[in-house]
Design a binder for this molecule. Structure first.
Ligand code: PRP
Ligand code: HPA
Ligand code: MG
Length: 167
């Protein structure tokens, strides 16, 4: 993470906001599957995609939920991202009718690798940055490239000094 920071701006997402945005994503996807019976499975990109994927699967009544895991770093040196855990590929096929869900797209490198294995799947993220936006079929909110998105699972409530400090 060190090499991704500092970003100029921070976009802090609460659990409540994430829930609303993931629901909005589900509603947007409803009825837009390639087949009349609707989306047949959700594949979450671990780990950040798991919370939004659960919310999307719940809203759209999809019971087949699987995961894909992509490793971008080898110890501390950056390497080509590769899949280290696949979903059930017999079930997923080329991805037709499958929703791939992640929390966000940044550079798009993660999605590029995932798409190569499930080329017919629909890729949906809750948030998107411009550099990776063309790797995503559906998203809810765009933030600028120099914004770091802070997710609720990476944050905690803590005391802050009043704006007008006391001496
Ligand atoms: O578009 P990219 O530049 O590839 O970045 C986006 C990916 O990076 C983050 O995951 P990360 O690899 O940090 O793992 P995590 O989900 O386990 O936190 C995020 O959850 C996306 O999956
Ligand atoms: O903006 C971000 N926030 C959290 N994780 C990330 N992984 C890549 N970009 C981001
Ligand atoms: Mg991730």
């Amino acid at each position: 993470m060190q090499d991704r920071l500092p970003h100029e701006k921070g976009f802090h997402v609460s659990w409540d906001q994430l829930h609303r945005d993931a629901r909005a994503l589900a509603w947007r996807l409803d009825g837009h599957g390639p087949d009349p019976e609707g989306w047949r499975a959700v594949v979450a990109i671990t780990r950040g995609g798991m919370a939004p994927a659960m919310i999307v699967a719940r809203e759209l009544d999809i019971r087949t939920v699987d995961t894909i895991s992509v490793k971008s770093y080898n110890h501390q040196t950056q390497s080509e991202p590769r899949v280290i855990k696949f979903p059930d590929m017999e079930l997923m096929g080329k991805g037709r009718g499958v929703l791939i869900v992640d929390d966000l797209v940044d550079t798009g490198r993660t999605l590029e690798v995932v798409r190569a294995h499930l080329p017919e799947a629909h890729v949906a993220t809750v948030y998107a940055k411009p550099q990776g936006r063309n790797q995503v079929d559906s998203y809810i909110t765009e933030v600028s490239q120099d914004t770091w998105i802070f997710f609720p699972w990476d944050m905690a409530l803590q005391y802050v000094q009043p704006y007008r400090g006391t001496d």
